[in-house]
Write a protein that binds this ligand. Structure first.
Ligand SMILES: C[S@@+](CC[C@H](N)C(=O)[O-])C[C@H]1O[C@@H](n2cnc3c(N)ncnc32)[C@H](O)[C@@H]1O
Length: 406
């Protein structure tokens, strides 16, 4: 290929679109021809004005709006996650779909492609400027039948209910009562829900049962900008340990913040467990298992620089999962063990390192014994009595009672 041809491929949206779809295909995310075809059709660049063409088709999140403190408020989500959520949503031609979090409008366009001319898509966005942008892009790209609403998505949009499918594309804390009310019988809701105050999130695909509860068929590891508005809950204690390392945990568990802020001033004690995992094993829910098995769960967020300098090296696979007790922290790390396998270890800092390490190692041995591949998650509406709930750990939210078992 000459340099000229390479440039024209690089600048050809159709070629970039197919390259992105090929990549998602290679990751095994597409399960249906309809979702794949939508990705090969929707012109992402129209929804990302001002973004470099090549960047619009990169397989990564594109942040499009930040709060004054620099935290992301809106983005075009990572295409692979968008594809995964679209597959989990199981859209059929003719479905009526409610999306929460229009942002760029890309996902609404994808959903419109999948549900087709006899379906309907309504998308809600909390910010007026973003709603206007999504509207303009949807019209320009030929998706004028999508309804865009500016408002708090937690209230849904009763005018077009019931919805066969509801998809939430911002990190939710609750399944709002409006979504429960507006979901059609046997409907499905796909929602990235924070299952722990540390920010630990799974995108769940929940099916409405004839008996009124929602049962999850998928739990996908993900991260989303948090929902804002009335249903948002500030439940995360973010404790800076250095200027590049933060410990996130649940305020509800009353962490000793001043003591924890000092943890990294104590020397590191590392213990290797002899527990090995391969890249191919379904072990991605270890962090959720830990969070639902014991108190004092936390997640360590470490910048690439801090990791390189060796100050802290949590296993990325489990999003910095660890435990704290008082001013002591023990987190999960990993080291190579053969060509495709890694050994799990524990790094502890603080006055009670020995005991907390022993507790975390015991828990990891318990997990290793059964290695539960996926959680069993059920959601009931708030007000459901205890004896109607399934077994497992209970997570209480204003509108929802969740249970998680393994
Ligand atoms: C990750 S972006 C969604 C990506 C989007 N679906 C796309 O295709 O580009 C999350 C969006 O949710 C919006 N949002 C946050 N809280 C909301 C709420 N309560 N109601 C509606 N939208 C909300 C944010 O402003 C942001 O634009």
């Amino acid at each position: 290929m000459t340099a000229d041809t390479a440039d024209s491929v690089a600048l050809d949206p159709a070629a970039l679109r197919n390259a992105l779809a090929d990549r998602i295909l290679s990751l095994g995310t597409f399960r249906t021809a309809a979702v794949e075809a939508a990705f090969r059709t929707v012109p992402r660049q129209v929804f990302l004005p001002g973004v470099d063409l090549a960047e619009a088709y990169q397989p990564k999140v594109v942040v499009t709006k930040c709060a004054p403190d620099g935290t992301a408020q809106s983005s075009a989500s990572s295409p692979n996650i968008v594809a995964g959520q679209a597959e989990d949503l199981d859209v059929r031609p003719g479905h009526t779909i409610l999306e929460i979090g229009a942002a760029t409008g890309i996902n609404a366009a994808l959903l419109a492609e999948i549900t087709g001319p006899h379906g309907r898509v309504v998308t809600i966005e909390i910010d007026q400027d973003l709603t206007n942008g999504a509207r303009a892009a949807l019209d320009k790209a030929g998706y004028s039948t999508v309804t865009t609403i500016c408002g708090d998505g937690a209230t849904g949009w009763a005018e077009a209910a019931p919805y066969d499918r509801i998809i939430v594309t911002a990190g939710a804390w609750d399944i709002s009562h409006a979504w429960w009310d507006q979901l059609a019988p046997a409907g499905r809701i796909v929602i990235p829900i924070r299952l722990h105050g540390s920010g630990l999130t799974r995108s769940l695909a929940l099916d409405l049962q004839p008996t009124g509860e929602l049962v999850a068929s998928h739990a996908r590891v993900c991260g989303f900008v948090p929902m804002r508005g009335g249903s948002a809950a500030d439940t995360t204690a973010s404790i800076p340990l250095t200027d590049q390392i933060t410990l996130n945990t649940a305020t509800a568990e009353s962490p000793d913040i001043p003591a924890l802020a000092q943890t990294l001033t104590h020397p590191a004690h590392t213990h290797w467990t002899g527990i090995n995992v391969t890249d191919h094993e379904p072990v991605e829910h270890l962090d959720l298992w830990l969070a639902t098995t014991t108190r004092g769960f936390a997640r360590l967020s470490v910048s690439a620089d801090a990791r390189k300098s060796g100050i802290a090296d949590p296993a990325l696979r489990w999003a910095g999962a660890g435990l704290y007790n008082g001013g002591t922290l023990a987190y999960i790390t990993a080291r190579p063990h053969g060509p495709v396998s890694r050994e799990i270890g524990v790094v502890a800092h603080g006055p009670d390192s020995r005991r907390l390490t022993a507790r975390l190692v015991d828990l990891l041995r318990g997990w290793n014994h059964t290695r539960p591949a996926r959680p069993i998650i059920t959601a009931h509406r708030a007000g459901t009595s205890d004896d109607e709930l399934g077994p497992g750990v209970r997570i209480e939210r204003p509108d929802t009672r969740l249970t998680i078992s393994w």
